[in-house]
Design a protein around this ligand. Structure first.
Ligand SMILES: *Cc1c(COP(=O)(O)O)cnc(C)c1O
Length: 396
């Protein structure tokens, strides 16, 4: 017999979520995750993926992955330290270091895993971490795993960061102090104030850690937020994902050779979880080559993002203060936000509502993720649908 206690726990909590309208039903796509997706037999303009450059369905990546499968098979067969390191894993890491302008890089199975791996490989209970309050869930979990003291910093508030850094340093309580931030914040699309963060880090001898999941492929001509600010030699840890703009799956840490050497002997997801598949590795490598060869996709992405933003703003929508292609359309009330997203869907636009607890109460939004793969016609159609639904619901 299975546990009655567990049954009671699950029943109670699932019912509670459903009652509050917070239970998320997941829609399975019947098509690739491109600019147009198929859902329940209907085609929709997709404004929800992180596939910024359209690389998830790019023929060049598909061909590279297919070749890799023929040459190496479908699985790496072991963790990296036993015999799961294929020569292509090493090549991918060399390419990532080149892409990020660092001495070295190490690949993981996901961006989430990077944060599970890297923070606790360096930080422990005698240390402190200054963490932006809007940091991604995987950063928060990675910090917790390290057992270091977590000091929450008001979002992008440099006075607060300086004050807390000073206090932590002067207390003499901690061996090491780290400052950790998203490069681009995924719900609002604002960019971390890295020049000021680096300045404060230099003043108080902080370790710097930037998770650039939403910045790579997007900012700095594709090389990311750190490059965007010209700080490649000033950030200790640069985290990236291979699953957003790169279009595949996986994650990496880029930094000094010694840091990467240490992660290879001390980070647990590297030591105890099987490595990326050959198809993932080679497709990711191809994507990075494409990004380094040309800024064409990056320019297309920005062009489309600016076009969508201008269109929505002109209609009178509140699109927040995004500095990147991430385009929130802030509705406010949670129920209305969900209704808005549902109506968009009925009219042919797939854009997800994001509400509390992912964002603060009363700031419910529909988040739009334009990509390089959208055509102007698709965006025009999406804007027209926004206008129709916005008027129907009295939002504009
Ligand atoms: C999306 C995201 C991740 C997770 O990346 P995956 O490769 O999907 O696991 C980690 N950190 C940040 C900041 C993210 O936005």
């Amino acid at each position: 017999m299975t546990s009655k206690t567990l049954d009671a726990f699950l029943n109670e909590n699932l019912e509670d979520l459903k009652g509050k309208g917070l239970y998320n039903v997941i829609d399975p796509l019947e098509s690739p995750n491109g600019p147009i997706i198929k859902l329940n037999g209907r085609e929709l303009i997709n404004l929800s993926s992180n596939n910024y450059l359209g690389l998830a369905t790019d023929t060049r990546l598909k061909e590279a992955a297919t070749e890799a499968i023929h040459k190496y098979g479908v699985g790496a067969g072991a963790v990296r330290t036993i015999n799961g390191t294929l020569d292509i894993h090493v090549k991918l890491e060399e390419k990532l270091a080149e892409f990020k302008h660092t001495e070295a890089a190490i690949a993981y199975q996901s961006g989430f895993n990077c944060n599970m791996a890297a923070i606790s490989a360096v930080m422990d209970k005698n240390d402190a971490i200054l963490s932006d309050e809007l940091n991604h869930a995987s950063i928060i979990d990675g910090c917790r795993l390290s057992k270091a003291k977590i000091i929450r910093v008001n979002h992008s508030d440099m006075d607060d960061l300086r004050e807390k850094a000073k206090e932590a340093k002067e207390s003499g309580q901690y061996n090491k102090i780290m400052v950790i931030t998203d490069g681009v914040f995924s719900m609002d699309g604002d960019i971390a104030k890295l020049p000021e963060i680096v300045e404060i880090a230099e003043e108080f001898d902080l370790i710097t850690y930037v998770d650039d999941a939403h910045g790579s492929g997007v900012l700095g001509d594709g090389a990311g937020t750190v490059k965007h600010f010209g700080l490649s030699d000033k950030i200790d840890f640069q985290i990236g994902t291979l699953s957003k703009a790169i279009g595949v799956v996986g994650g990496y840490v880029a930094g000094k050779q010694q840091l990467i050497d240490w992660l290879k002997v001390r980070s647990r997801p590297f030591l105890f979880s099987t490595s990326l598949t050959p198809a993932d590795v080679v497709a990711s490598m191809r994507a990075i080559e494409i990004l380094m060869e040309s800024t064409e996709l990056n320019e297309k992405l920005w062009d489309n993002a600016n076009y969508l933003k201008a269109g929505l703003k002109k209609l009178g929508f509140d699109i927040g203060e995004s500095e990147t292609p991430i385009t929130p359309c802030i509705i406010g009330d949670e129920v209305k936000t969900q209704e808005f997203s549902k109506k968009l869907n009925e009219e042919g636009v797939y854009a997800k509502s994001i509400v509390f607890p992912t964002v603060p109460k009363g700031t419910g939004r529909v988040r739009n993720m334009p990509s390089a793969a959208h055509t102007k016609e698709m965006l025009d159609q999406a804007i027209a649908i926004y206008e129709k639904v916005g008027r129907e619901l009295g939002i504009i």
